[in-house]
Design a binder for this molecule. Structure first.
Ligand code: NAD
Ligand code: G3P
Length: 358
């Protein structure tokens, strides 16, 4: 069997962190991977002056293309500053060029942009390619719900696994000890993805549960928004622990009600489950912006723009998608925490109502 040729589709905060690991690992496992070049698709932009650098440095970056900066300085100055990417990571602005010849496709972009990418990729990827989705979110159309690994697999006709875990990108990128979970389609593919991502500081566990791993990653973002509301209200640690417990139960109930064969271990024994709920409720972007939503009384789109420098929030969008789905299935009453997060984020429900009736 030939060597796998990796392409990374996405280059935000997590996309760049994972590119760092993959770029190094293809060299370490050059028997299994082509280590000469790992294309990373970059949604091209000119770097603006909001990058957090000393004033004299702004001149250097203003107006330069992000791909050019990544390829010259080997650093994504906008989405993952101060972390060096290996030189085999090559930023490519054209999506089709980035995936040309690739046999191992890593999808890692904010979920709102996936469908547009798949429109371009359909019929254009290698027939023997495999993919993995690192995207946290769900695809909903009325009473239908899909995890993105299934969406990618169906639209591109290639076997697609999922990776999710307690993985704040900035911490993984600087080699702070972390774990993650790969939900694989076949054990062999699981081992290939493990080889691509695992380091002594980033432990990759394998489980035969693509849906469970994917759903945990999506639904925990709703719980993290609720935790941020609790922080904004300054209710303290007992309340936050209660939100995590209730949230985890709603996550599990949701998976078991609407998906077949989701494994119990994914919630309690894997990083994708309880560990990601904890890290996201303590330290994630969804938590941070939800706290600011309460304290600053500004809408989420404004907070995202002001606080995240181009990075994207997922939790409020997943809350809306899940609300649409549960409403269509007439099951809103069974998921009071998910429903409260939706109504507070999108419908003006006072945040003090969050814990009422839980
Ligand atoms: N950041 C984390 O700590 C983290 C950790 C684990 C998983 N995730 C998940 O990984 C996925 C990707 O997150 P991220 O942190 O890499 O992204 P991000 O939040 O940093 O988003 C910025 C990215 O979105 C891209 N973008 C902006 N507008 C676009 C457009 N119109 N079309 C296409 N791309 C556009 C930008 O170019 C940039 O690459 C998400 O599902 C997220 O939940 C994130
Ligand atoms: O920063 P958040 O809230 O998008 O969470 C990041 C990761 O998903 C944590 O595992």
């Amino acid at each position: 069997m030939g060597k796998e040729r990796v392409a990374i589709i996405g280059s935000g905060n997590w996309g760049s962190a994972i590119a760092k690991l993959a770029g190094n690992n293809v060299k370490k496992h050059s028997d299994a991977f082509d280590d000469s070049r790992v294309p990373m698709w970059v949604f091209e932009e000119d770097l603006d002056i909001r990058v957090d650098l000393p004033p004299f440095a702004l001149v250097q970056y203003e107006g330069r293309k992000l791909t050019e900066i990544i390829n010259t300085d080997h650093e994504n100055k906008k989405y993952l500053p101060d972390v060096r990417l290996s030189e085999n990571i090559v930023a490519v602005p054209d999506l089709l060029e980035a995936v040309k010849g690739a046999t191992a496709l890593v999808f890692v972009m904010p979920h709102q942009f996936l469908n547009k990418c798949l429109d371009q990729l359909e019929g254009k990827v290698e027939k023997n390619a495999k993919a993995i989705s690192l995207i946290k979110g769900v695809g909903v159309e009325g009473s239908d719900i899909h995890v993105f690994a299934d969406v990618i697999q169906d639209r591109l006709g290639i076997s697609t696994s999922a990776l999710s875990g307690a993985n704040i990108a900035n911490e993984v990128a600087i080699d702070r000890f972390s774990e993650t979970t790969v939900g694989y389609r076949t054990e062999e593919e699981g081992q290939m993805w493990q080889k691509l991502f695992q380091t002594p500081h980033f432990k990759v566990q394998l489980i035969d549960d693509v849906a469970g791993v994917s759903l945990c990653g999506a639904l925990k973002n709703i719980v993290a928004v609720a935790a941020g509301f609790i922080d904004g209200l300054e209710y303290g640690n007992n309340s936050k622990a209660a939100i995590m417990r209730i949230g985890l139960l709603e996550m599990k109930h949701f998976c078991q009600e609407f998906f077949d064969d989701v494994k119990e271990e994914s919630f309690l024994q894997e990083s994708a489950g309880v560990a990601d709920v904890i890290t996201s409720c303590l330290g994630g972007r969804n938590r941070k912006c939800a706290e600011a939503f309460v304290k600053q009384k500004k809408p989420f789109d404004e907070l995202e723009r002001d606080m995240l420098n181009g990075q994207k929030l997922q939790g409020i969008h997943t809350a809306k998608d899940v609300h649409i789905f549960l409403k269509a299935r007439d099951r809103l009453g069974a998921y009071p925490l998910f429903d409260k997060v939706y109504h507070i984020s999108w419908e003006g429900l006072p945040v003090e109502k969050l814990t009422e009736g839980l």
